[in-house]
Design a protein around this ligand. Structure first.
Ligand code: ADP
Ligand code: NA
Length: 330
């Protein structure tokens, strides 16, 4: 019996993934490879919807793959590949573009947000059609599970709509994926401003925990994390966002329950929590950095993993694409 399929894509970013990426996404990828036939893609086609330097993009894609492997993706148990190595993504995206209404695409809120950020007249047509590429990413693999956060709900809805539309127009072709929003997933906030999500673009350097930073610098960031003027260590996202964020990080990294942590630190000050969490982080990032570096120092191994991943992905993707192309009359 076939294991359920999972697909997820993550964009290559400059430098390093951050703690929010790890706890909010990559950790789930690692867990899903145990239960699912999982396909994970470094989505460089998505990355070029905004300007990229070619040499940097290539380096960032390899760095992303190295970090995913360092985080625990096992090429024997999942399929890890770079999106541009599998041309079927762009090929199916074209069909998706051709069954999407212009008005329908215009209602995608992420495009509105992103184009506003880059300046409306700077936005590319690629950025506009990004959701249809994402739809193709998912449909190529008959994915049952698409581990994404709440912010991707609209894109998953579009995936269902386009799959159903294609199927009713051309005959049953695509699996219609169930929305599989990860509700339990930790959302990590900025260490200096716990009212905003930790993010590459919005966080200040002190509030952003990059996984590849010097462990000592990371420990320092935790020791100077913003909390509140109270002293009680208690989870309360509304009243105590800073402390709650630290508890979430601590709990997610160690597996200790929040009530357990509240008890452990009852009567102790914020300093004790921060010092211990800093140590937990150092223990996590030290081997993570070493493993990432080991992959970067051995480009042959890394390239061979990615080549095998692309080959495995193409086996599945080419079959789906061939069927879809046949259905539309190509
Ligand atoms: P960023 O917001 O830093 O640009 P991305 O949007 O590229 O990061 O996110 C990549 C993945 O990491 C997505 O699955 C996203 O939901 C997750 N993610 C990003 N930031 C956080 C965060 N602060 N907390 C939890 N998950 C996050
Ligand atoms: Na983002």
């Amino acid at each position: 019996q076939r294991r359920p399929r999972a697909f997820s894509g993550i964009q290559p970013t400059a430098g390093s993934f951050h703690l929010g990426n790890y706890l909010g996404a990559i950790r789930q990828y690692v867990a899903l490879q145990e239960t699912h036939d999982a396909f994970y893609s470094v989505v460089d086609l998505h990355a070029v919807t905004v300007p990229q330097d070619p040499a940097e993009l290539r380096a960032n894609s390899r760095l992303a793959a190295a970090q995913l492997l360092a985080a625990g993706l096992d090429p024997e148990r999942c399929t890890l590949f770079v999106q541009s190595h599998v041309p079927e993504h762009a090929q199916l995206a074209w069909l998706m573009n051709c069954i999407t209404g212009f008005g329908e695409a215009s209602r995608m809120t992420q495009f509105k947000d992103k184009s506003a950020r880059h300046g409306a007249d700077q936005a590319t047509v690629g950025l506009f059609t990004y959701p249809m590429l994402m739809v193709a990413d998912i449909l190529l693999y008959d994915a049952d599970a698409v581990p994404v956060g709440e912010d991707q709900r609209q894109h998953l809805e579009l995936t269902r709509n386009l799959a159903e539309r294609f199927n009713s127009r051309f005959g049953a072709t695509f699996k219609v994926p169930e929305p599989h929003i990860l509700k339990e997933v930790a959302k990590i906030y900025d260490l200096q401003d716990p009212s905003v999500k930790m993010s590459k673009s919005a966080s200040t350097p002190k509030g952003l925990v990059n996984l590849l930073d010097e462990p000592k610098a990371t420990a320092k960031k935790f020791k100077s994390a913003v909390t509140d003027t109270d002293t009680e260590i208690r989870f309360d996202a509304e009243a105590k966002p800073g402390v709650s964020n630290l508890l979430t990080i601590y709990s997610t990294l160690t597996g200790a329950g929040i009530p357990e942590l509240e008890q452990k630190y009852a009567g102790k000050g914020y300093g004790a929590l921060k010092t211990d969490l800093a140590e937990v982080m150092v223990e996590f990032v030290t081997p993570f950095r070493e493993r990432t570096q080991a992959y970067l120092d051995d480009p042959e191994t890394l390239d061979s993993i990615l080549a095998k991943g692309a080959e495995k992905a193409r086996t599945v993707a080419s079959e789906t694409l061939a069927q879809a192309y046949d259905r539309v009359g190509f």
